[in-house]
Design a protein around this ligand. Structure first.
Ligand code: ADP
Length: 369
C-alpha cells in the first residue's frame, strides 16, 4: 500500500500541473484507503497496474514493453533507509543533502547559479554504505527511486537495451522528482580500452550518455521558468562504483560531483557496532569496544555486519542441540571473546594496497569536501 501511495502521489503531482487525463482511472486526489472501501474488489495491484498503464500510454516515442519492464524490475519503493540508519559518513551526507535533497525539496531556491548537479558518483571500497546512502537520499528527498543494476539493462537482443535506457529516463521524468541509481556503473560505463567492451555495451553507454545529456539541456533552458515549471526535470543520476578507475573518461566528466566513501573511521565503527548490538544481550563494556575497534581496523561496514552476525551466533553455537530446549533468558550474553573467535575467519575484504588505490584516485579525481 505504501508503494501505491507513492505512485499515486507522483501521479497527482504531475496532473496538478495541468496535464490532461486521457483514461478514466480513480481520481488521484482520492486517498487510497477510500478507494479500497468503495471498491473492495479493486485491489492494490490492479490499481497499480491501471496507473502504470496510464503513465506508459502517455509517454511519447517510448517502447511500451520496455517501459513495463522498467516499472516491473526497476522502480523500488517502500524499502526505506533514513540518514540515521547509516553510521558516520557525515561529509558524504551533507554533500548529498546540498547536491540533491535540498534542491529536490526546494527547487525554487536552486536555480541559475545554484542549479543542482545532474550526476553524482559515489566511489570507494565495497560494503561502505554507498547503496544505503542512495536509498536514504531517495527517502529523504521524497523521490521515486529507480535502482538499476547493469544486468537489468543489458539485453542479449540487439537494440533492446537502448530501448530500456530510453524508457528508464522517460519514466523517471514522468515520475519526477526521481533518482536513477546505477550500481556498479563501471560495468556499463567502462572505458573503451577495457577488454570486455563489445559492441552492445558501447551502445548502452552511448544511449545512456545521450539520454542523460538531454536532461541537462532541458534543465538549462528552464532556468528562468517559474517555481514549479521544471518539475519534470528533477531527475538525478546517482551512481556507485567500487572500480572508479575503470570508468570511461567522458562518463567520469559527466559526474560533476565525485564523492569518496572511505572505510569507516573508528568512531563510525563504534557507532555501527553499538547499533548492531543494541537489541542483543551482551557484556561489552567501553574498554571491550575500544579493544574491538583496534581489532577491526580496515573493516568496511559490511565486514562489521558480518562479524557481528557471526559473533552473535557464538552463544547459540555453544548450545548445540540443547538450543531447541533452552529458554531465551538462559542463553548467555554475547562477549568480546565471541568477537575474537569470529575474527579468526572474518577478515577485512579490502587490502592495504587496494585501499591505497582508492586514496590515489580520490586525490586525483574526487570532489573535495
Ligand atoms: P556498498 O554499496 O558501498 O557496497 P552497501 O551500502 O550495500 O555497500 O552496504 C552493505 C551493508 O553493509 C549494508 O546493508 C549494511 O548492513 C552495512 N553497512 C555498510 N556501511 C554502513 C554504514 N555506514 N552504516 C551502517 N551499516 C553499513
Amino acid at each position: 500500500a505504501n508503494s501505491m501511495n507513492s505512485l499515486i502521489s507522483n501521479e497527482s503531482s504531475s496532473h496538478s500541473k495541468g496535464q490532461t487525463r486521457e483514461k478514466s482511472a480513480p481520481p488521484p486526489e482520492v486517498p487510497l484507503a477510500e478507494d479500497k472501501r468503495q471498491e473492495p474488489e479493486f485491489n492494490g495491484s490492479q490499481l497499480k497496474e491501471v496507473l502504470e498503464n496510464e503513465i506508459i500510454e502517455s509517454l511519447q516515442g517510448v517502447d511500451k514493453t520496455a517501459a513495463k519492464q522498467i516499472f516491473a524490475e526497476i522502480v523500488v519503493r517502500g524499502d526505506e533507509v533514513h540518514w540515521d540508519d547509516i553510521a558516520g559518513l557525515e561529509s558524504a551526507k551533507s554533500s548529498l543533502k546540498e547536491a540533491v535533497v535540498y534542491p529536490f525539496l526546494r527547487p525554487d531556491l536552486f536555480r541559475g547559479l545554484r542549479e543542482p548537479v545532474r550526476g553524482m558518483l559515489l566511489f570507494g571500497p565495497p560494503g561502505t554504505g554507498k547503496t544505503m546512502l542512495a536509498r536514504a537520499v531517495a527517502t529523504e528527498s521524497h523521490s521515486t527511486f529507480f535502482s538499476i543494476s547493469a544486468s537489468s539493462l543489458t539485453s542479449k537482443y540487439l537494440g533492446e537495451s537502448e530501448k530500456l535506457v530510453r524508457a528508464l529516463f522517460a519514466v523517471a521524468k514522468k515520475l519526477s522528482p526521481s533518482i536513477v541509481f546505477v550500481d556498479e556503473i563501471d560495468s556499463i560505463m567502462g572505458s573503451r580500452d577495457n577488454e570486455g567492451e563489445n559492441e552492445s555495451s558501447r551502445r548502452i553507454k552511448n544511449e545512456f550518455l545521450i539520454q542523460w545529456s538531454s536532461l541537462s539541456s532541458a534543465a538549462a533552458g528552464n532556468t528562468h521558468s517559474n517555481a514549479d515549471g521544471d518539475d519534470d526535470e528533477r531527475v538525478l543520476v546517482l551512481a556507485a562504483t567500487n572500480l572508479p578507475w575503470s570508468i570511461d573518461e567522458a562518463a567520469r566528466r559527466r559526474f560533476v560531483r565525485r564523492q569518496y566513501i572511505p572505510l569507516p573511521e573508528p568512531e563510525t565503527r563504534s557507532a555501527q557496532l553499538k547499533r548492531l548490538l543494541s537489541y542483543q544481550k551482551h557484556t561489552m563494556a567501553n574498554e571491550d569496544f575500544l579493544e574491538l575497534l583496534n581489532l577491526t581496523d580496515g573493516f568496511s561496514g559490511s565486514d562489521l555486519t558480518s562479524l557481528a552476525k557471526d559473533a552473535a551466533m557464538g552463544p547459540l553455537r555453544e548450545l548445540g542441540d540443547k538450543l531447541l530446549l533452552t529458554p531465551t533468558e538462559l542463553v548467555r550474553p554475547i562477549t568480546l571473546d565471541d568477537f575474537k573467535s569470529s575474527l579468526n575467519y572474518i577478515k577485512p575484504s579490502v587490502s592495504q594496497e587496494g585501499l591505497q588505490k582508492y586514496e590515489d584516485w580520490a586525490s586525483k579525481f574526487g570532489s573535495s569536501g
